[in-house]
Design a protein around this ligand. Structure first.
Ligand SMILES: C[S@@+](CC[C@H](N)C(=O)[O-])C[C@H]1O[C@@H](n2cnc3c(N)ncnc32)[C@H](O)[C@@H]1O
Length: 320
């Protein structure tokens, strides 16, 4: 479902001020955007630019981008999660730039920008993965730390849930999923335990699934044995790697010469894919790297925001 809406609020919006105060922050306690200074450095948005936040989430990065675009600029905020976008719309209401909200996967950014009558995007940000809101909401079923229905869909307009997969797939297919999208060492044991666990009655909740993982695989270090299995299920349910490939292609189509694209990844599968696509663009002479490799968060940032610990930032500038 497409949801197009536009807001244009005048006034002296200051991203930092909105971020630290106001009613909306009470609804999203502790939400911090990842690598905010580094993202702003590599994107270097200019007054009057058009920017796309492909993964708006709670609007943490948009709150910084909007003021830099100023009254003559435009920010187009995508998210496939309608609930996240509704919160972001509220949090971003005071931005000085023209702002549009699009409840769609970012891979449709070229089509949606055309629909809005926008010729291209000078700055694009993709902050991949799930938001703290999604992880912290038990009813969304993303986290093994919180008991809830096994859903894991970012957009709830259809498509299989994690429950459908764990209760229907044969053992070998589950093993392959955990091994390929979770890079899980104990994929065989986990798949076997799930098939045994669902024999009496279906597995319904994140709690039941994480209990099975605790029985099947040892706890290595600090990581819960369900961590990679949950990652694999979430990535499959939301076709996350497919979205990245198609989304980067769409970004390539809307960036004008001199336009910049920054991507934040959170695990090796995502990062390898982004790195490979950027390298191919470089070899084709389409882009130059804004950063020579990947930038990672400072130790201080990780201390204040542990969810940033696996982040990597890559950025390119379109040449022609
Ligand atoms: C890590 S959060 C973004 C957080 C945001 N940058 C902030 O600071 O508040 C990722 C968001 O991207 C959304 N998302 C993930 N994949 C997407 C896709 N292919 N298209 C659109 N949104 C997506 C998720 O629903 C989630 O809200």
């Amino acid at each position: 479902m497409v949801q197009l809406a536009e807001s244009r609020a005048g006034g002296q919006a200051d991203g930092t001020g909105i971020f630290t105060g106001g009613r909306m922050d009470a609804a999203v306690p502790g939400h911090l955007p990842v690598m905010p200074a580094e993202v702003m450095d590599v994107l270097a948005p200019r007054p009057g630019d058009t920017a796309v936040d492909g993964t708006t989430g709670l609007g943490g990065h948009s709150l910084l981008l909007g003021p830099a675009l100023g009254g003559g600029g435009r920010l187009v905020c995508f998210d496939r999660d309608a609930q996240a976008l509704a919160l972001a719309r509220f949090r971003l209401a005071q931005l000085p730039c023209r702002t549009n909200f699009v409840n769609m996967p970012f891979e449709f950014m070229d089509r949606e920008l055309r629909r809005l009558g926008v010729a291209g995007a000078d700055r694009i940000l993709l902050d991949l993965g799930v938001s703290s809101l999604q992880l912290d909401s038990p009813e969304r079923g993303f986290s093994f730390m919180r008991d809830g229905p096994l859903d894991m869909r970012m957009s709830r307009d259809g498509g299989p849930t994690a429950r459908d997969i764990v209760n229907a797939w044969p053992e070998e297919r589950l093993r392959l999923l955990f091994s390929e999208l979770g890079e899980e060492r104990f994929s065989r044991r986990l798949a076997k335990c799930i098939v045994e666990g669902r024999a009496g009655r279906p597995i319904e909740t994140t709690g039941e699934l994480s209990e099975l993982a605790l029985r099947a695989a040892p706890r290595l270090g600090r990581a819960h044995p369900a961590t990679r299995m949950f990652q694999a299920l979430r990535m499959y349910v939301n076709d996350e790697l497919g979205c990245i490939s198609r989304g980067l292609a769409a970004a390539g189509r809307v960036l004008p010469p001199g336009g910049r694209l920054a991507v934040l990844t959170f695990h090796s599968l995502e990062d390898r894919l982004v790195k490979r696509i950027f390298k191919r663009w470089l070899e084709m002479g389409l882009v130059e790297m804004v950063l020579s490799g990947a930038t990672v968060p400072s130790r201080d940032e990780i201390r204040g925001n542990p969810r940033a610990r696996s982040a990597k930032l890559r950025a390119v500038e379109r040449l022609n």
